[in-house]
Structure formats: C-alpha cells, structure tokens
Write a new protein. Structure first.
Length: 197
C-alpha cells in the first residue's frame, strides 16, 4: 500500500470525542523518545505529520489522521514519563486504557520498542495488560539502524526470552528504522491485509 494522502483530523482527550468509528483504525504507542513520530512520518511520507518533539511529554493527546480516506492512523500519547507527576500520569493512563478498551474500530495496536534497550518493565506490563484485555497488537522494534546486525539479533533473542516468561508465543513483530525506511512495506502490508480481510 502506498500512502497517497494523510490528513490530520483531530486531537482529543477522550474516546467518546474521537471521530465516528466508521473506518478501520490502527494506533501507535510507546515510551517517550522511542521514535514514534519519526516512524509515523516515515510511514506516511510526511516530514512532520507527527511532530518530532525533543520534549518528552509534549504529545498528550489522541491524534487522528485519515489515510487515503480509508483508515485512521492514531498517534497515542507515550507512556512511562518519569518527569510527569503521578496524578497526571494516572489520569493519562486511564484515558489511554479507556480508548484502547472502548474503541470498537481499533483493529490493531502497534507497540513501539527501542531495539537498543533491554526489555523495560513498563512495556512488558503494558503488553501483558493488552494480552489479558484481548487487544490485538504487534511490536515494532525501532531505530535498528543504530545496531550492528549481530547486536540486533542478540537483542531480539533476549526480548523474545523475556516475552516467553509471560507468553507462549512471541507476539508478531516488525523491525524498523525511520532513518532507513526499514519496515515500512511490512507494516503497511499488514494494515492492508487486515483492511481487506
Ligand atoms: P517520539 O518521542 O517517540 O515521537 O520519538 P521521535 O520520533 O521524536 O524520536 C526521538 C529521537 O530518536 C529523535 O532524535 C529522532 O531523530 C531519533 N530517531 C527516531 N527514529 C530513529 C531511527 O529509526 N533511527 C535513528 N538513528 N534515530 C531515530
């Protein structure tokens, strides 16, 4: 699939304020600085569709983009910001979980993981919650251009082992690099497949 058109639709803070759930929807989520904005810009061929923000915690809204007039791409607020006060973080988490549980046209969630880092508790717990809640998701390992092939292989293996502690199989995953355009065809291919199913 080629993304010919990507339009910003709206930003909001609650699932009931999102656009009518009349199209398939795919959402992207991850810890701050994981490379989410860069990935979304890479997928949509836009340099600044999702603002690349150096400031953690700047994107605290559910952002909807309409792609090729066919499906919604959603840029979700990041989680795991150490600097954000706890009360605010909890409010935010509640908003996110509410969206994930209640958004009826959410076909798949993409959980972004920085390929350079060891498995983080906050990500593992989040994916565990997705599993328990029966939310379909795939992992996208980001910034893989920063690793040598052997390092990437080792990191993926270590991640898989960690996942096997809670899962019987490794969830589906993609290898990506916004820098090199890696993973684009595969991620858009999956979306295309699901849209057509
Ligand atoms: P976000 O906070 O998750 O939206 O992350 P950003 O997209 O703003 O990226 C955070 C930082 O990582 C920025 O300095 C990006 O330039 C860098 N970055 C993001 N993706 C990649 C990638 O695939 N490769 C490399 N080398 N750097 C990346």
């Amino acid at each position: 699939m080629e993304i010919k058109e990507a339009q910003f639709v709206m930003s909001n803070t609650a699932v009931d304020k999102c656009p009518a759930p009349d199209r398939p929807e795919y959402a992207f989520i991850g810890r701050s600085n994981v490379g989410k904005s860069s990935l979304i810009n890479m997928l949509t061929n836009k340099r600044s569709l999702a603002k690349i923000s150096g400031k953690p915690g700047k994107t605290r809204l559910i952002n909807h983009f309409l792609i090729n007039k066919e499906w919604y791409l959603v840029d979700l607020p990041g989680y795991g910001y150490a600097q954000v006060p706890k009360a605010e973080r909890l409010k935010w988490e509640k908003m996110l979980k509410n969206y994930i549980l209640k958004r009826e046209n959410l076909y798949c969630l993409f959980v972004l993981i920085d390929s350079r880092h060891e498995a983080q508790k906050v990500d593992i717990e989040f994916m565990e919650w997705l599993g328990i809640s029966e939310i379909p998701f795939n992992i996208i390992f980001t910034k893989t251009d920063k690793l040598k092939p052997q390092e990437l292989e080792n990191n993926l293996k270590a991640y898989e082992e960690k996942m096997f502690e809670i899962w019987e199989t490794m969830p589906g995953y993609f290898i990506s690099s916004a820098e090199k355009g890696l993973g684009k065809d595969e991620i858009l291919g999956l979306i295309d497949e699901v849209n057509k199913a």
